[in-house]
Design a protein around this ligand. Structure first.
Ligand SMILES: Nc1ncnc2c1ncn2[C@@H]1O[C@H](COP(=O)(O)OP(=O)(O)OP(=O)(O)O)[C@@H](O)[C@H]1O
Ligand SMILES: [Mg+2]
Length: 322
């Protein structure tokens, strides 16, 4: 399992991720939800150590994948982890593809870097897995700019699974492609999860999608975990006012009645973070105590299966078990 404990990330002394803890279990899908700027991508990129030492200061009590201690891995070690143990699918497929190399050359390079033998037939069957069987020869000869957004994202998924990683981090993998292809890419990721047993850390803004595909949900806000637990408990009995407000927005879209419900106010910039609940400014239930310190993450379910960072959560019992 991928285990992250107390991850903190600073850019130029501004802390943007403030102690994030979660585990992604074998074969499961954990969706990370939260508004723009809540720290989803920074969390994911830090797990992969994609920031240079001078760019970000990363600390944690633990970042590990099974018996691999990622936290203390050197850059040389990380090159054996990235792609091989954990693969990253970016929001924009062009961030993952070299613009001046054909797709064939990109597969060849990936295999060479990891001392694996390039076998064109195997690569074609990977392309088949991601739904590009008909045009696989054509795709291999193309440069990234010659592919459609959907084709390019399928190629990055084929590259991501080619070394059979244990975990895929998919950072809003459908947000830069045509809406009609969203279902196709999501189905593809689901089949990879089910057939190949690859665990997925799925970063998204899409609550409906997360409710369909996830085993567990992590709600981030202001660089903090606000709520974390099994899909059922988070979607049917959310306890954090932030999660409840997000649900109201989603339900208002579904009901198609009256005006759309929107969350009032705006999310704080990390430079404005203080030792307080970052949501109190927008929370209709906030009290003075919310402004005095960051609330603790309270364990609700059996064995900490549901965690909520709100003083009110202490008073409310779970009525759904995850
Ligand atoms: N390289 C960087 N240098 C400085 N600040 C950064 C850097 N990358 C991200 N940030 C800041 O960190 C905070 C969290 O950013 P992050 O990209 O993780 O948000 P996110 O939750 O992924 O949002 P979105 O949903 O828009 O992708 C933001 O305030 C962002 O401006
Ligand atoms: Mg992001």
């Amino acid at each position: 399992m991928l285990k992250v404990e107390n991850l903190k990330v600073k850019f130029n002394n501004t802390e943007v991720v403030r102690g994030v803890t979660f585990t992604l279990k074998h074969g499961e899908i954990l969706s990370v939800l939260g508004e723009s700027g809540s720290g989803k991508s920074v969390t994911a990129m830090s797990i992969m150590k994609l920031y240079g030492e001078k760019q970000a200061h990363i600390s944690a009590d633990c970042i590990s994948l099974d018996d691999i201690d990622i936290l203390s891995s050197s850059e040389a070690d990380m090159q054996k982890v990235r792609g091989v143990q954990i693969a990253y699918i970016f929001q924009n497929p062009n961030d993952a593809l070299s613009p001046n190399k054909t797709i064939r050359a990109q597969f060849k390079e990936l295999f060479k870097v990891h001392s694996r033998t390039y076998n064109e037939q195997n690569v074609k069957s990977l392309l088949e897995t991601v739904g590009l069987q008909v045009e696989s020869e054509y795709i291999l000869n193309m440069y990234p700019h010659q592919l459609s957004g959907g084709q390019a994202q399928r190629v990055t998924i084929a590259l991501a699974i080619s070394l059979e990683p244990k975990v895929i981090i998919a950072d809003e993998p459908t947000s830069s492609i045509d809406a009609s292809l969203t279902d196709v890419i999501v189905e593809l990721l689901l089949s990879i999860n089910k057939k190949l047993g690859i665990s997925i850390l799925f970063i998204t803004h899409d609550f409906d999608l997360a409710s369909k595909i996830s085993d567990e949900i992590l709600i981030l806000y202001g660089g903090l975990v606000m709520e974390y637990g099994g899909k059922d408990v988070i979607f049917s009995a959310p306890q954090h006012p932030y999660t409840q407000e997000l649900m109201k927005c989603v339900n208002s879209i579904h009901s198609r009645e009256g005006l759309l419900y929107t969350l009032s106010g705006y999310a704080l910039d990390p430079s404005e973070f203080k030792s307080e609940c970052p949501f109190w400014y927008r929370c209709s239930l906030s009290e003075n105590i919310c402004k005095l310190e960051i609330p603790l993450l309270v364990e609700k379910g059996i064995n900490g299966t549901h965690q909520v960072r709100c003083i009110r959560a202490v008073e409310v019992e779970d009525d759904v078990q995850s």
